[in-house]
Design a protein around this ligand. Structure first.
Ligand SMILES: [Zn+2]
Length: 61
């Protein structure tokens, strides 16, 4: 199970998406940031953020 919260991408918020694969977090986080924060991430930008985050997080584990 992978986790991605708003805090992981620099937003002060308690939202956290959960999915089996990092790629599955993208639509969840995009929907949340759009609806709750009015932020419209381009999917490629969000994917880059998530992949960077996932590499860092998995490296620490
Ligand atoms: Zn949020």
């Amino acid at each position: 199970m992978k986790y991605l919260g708003c805090r992981d991408i620099g937003i002060f918020c308690d939202f956290e998406a959960r999915a089996e694969q990092p790629e599955e977090l993208v639509p969840q986080v995009m929907e949340h940031t759009s609806q709750s924060h009015g932020l419209e991430f381009v999917e490629t930008e969000m994917s880059y953020e998530i992949h960077t985050w996932a590499r860092n997080k998995m490296g620490k584990d």
